[in-house]
Design a binder for this molecule. Structure first.
Ligand SMILES: [Fe+2]
Length: 290
């Protein structure tokens, strides 16, 4: 950090060991990392409460945090506070809050760009250009649980304040995420997954304290348990030719399954399945889907 508190060009967000871990794991496996964003002036609670007053209401989601591991999305309770109030009283309000798409704010957009610039030389040769580049901030009260779910992006979660356990499961396991669930998810279905205690055998609990980070593969199931204090985490995400092709092929299978037609086998490199992807585009036109 420079004396003014802004990140110096000489201080990368990720040390060499983190970049090596990303190179070995990306894009299919998770990896424990370290980061060097602690103390950044855009990541204090005051800065985040100010950001919450600038973001549109649709960019924020906040709820009571004392929830069971498995939760029907329709049962998620509200907490009765504004987003900025939720942040300022996060120590005692038993809530969690997500600030979405913070890159739309110019200062946070510049921060995201600087982080992704460090990753681009590792990521682009494997999965192509980093597109739909987005950043999220998660704040949660002591003891909060984020239920079992999956996300559609390549993600690195950087812990800024407090302690949380990211309970991670392998991506691409059809027992954890049945193909029909992926098909619904990519057609706009909810991210929450059905929980079964038998899944715990495959769980890798990754403990995050300030300065820790974790690389999370696309659609790797996880649930998150907060520690005894407030937790603040920054999530930087991107999508790729690979994640886009995988989503398209699951949408294709949804159309095929509904008509009783043979499904496409989705490989580990769906961006190379050009014939199947062309079939999806043609089928969309035939059935009137966009
Ligand atoms: Fe998540």
């Amino acid at each position: 950090m420079t004396p003014t508190g802004t990140a110096s060009a000489a201080t990368p967000v990720f040390p060499t060991t983190a970049l090596q871990a990303i190179q070995q794991a990306y894009p299919d496996r998770h990896a424990r990392l370290l980061h060097q964003l602690l103390g950044h002036p855009l990541l204090t609670r005051d800065a985040l409460a100010a950001l919450a007053t600038r973001l549109p209401e649709a960019s924020m989601e906040y709820n009571l945090g004392t929830l069971p591991v498995g939760l029907d999305p329709h049962d998620t309770p509200a907490n009765g506070l504004s987003a900025a109030e939720t942040i300022r009283s996060i120590d005692e309000n038993r809530s969690w809050i997500v600030l979405k798409n913070i890159e739309r704010d110019p200062a946070y957009g510049a921060l995201l760009d600087s982080v992704l610039a460090e990753l681009a030389p590792l990521v682009m040769p494997v999965t192509g250009p980093m597109v739909r580049r987005e950043a999220f901030l998660f704040l949660s009260s002591p003891g909060s649980v984020t239920p079992f779910h999956m996300d559609p992006e390549h993600n690195i979660l950087l812990q800024i304040e407090g302690r949380k356990v990211m309970n991670l499961f392998p991506a691409g396991d059809p027992v954890l995420v049945p193909p029909t669930q992926s098909e619904t998810f990519h057609a706009g279905g909810h991210r929450n997954l059905a929980w079964d205690e038998a899944f715990r055998d495959q769980m890798d609990p990754v403990t995050l304290t300030p300065g820790d980070a974790v690389l999370v593969p696309v659609k790797a199931p996880h649930f998150v348990q907060n520690g005894d204090g407030v937790s603040i985490s920054l999530s930087i995400t991107w999508r790729s030719a690979r994640s886009g092709a995988e989503a398209d092929l699951h949408r294709f299978n949804r159309l095929l399954r509904a008509r009783g037609w043979p499904l496409v086998r989705i490989s580990g490199q769906p961006e190379r399945q050009r014939l199947a992807r062309a079939g999806y585009r043609i089928t969309c036109k035939l059935v009137g889907e966009t």
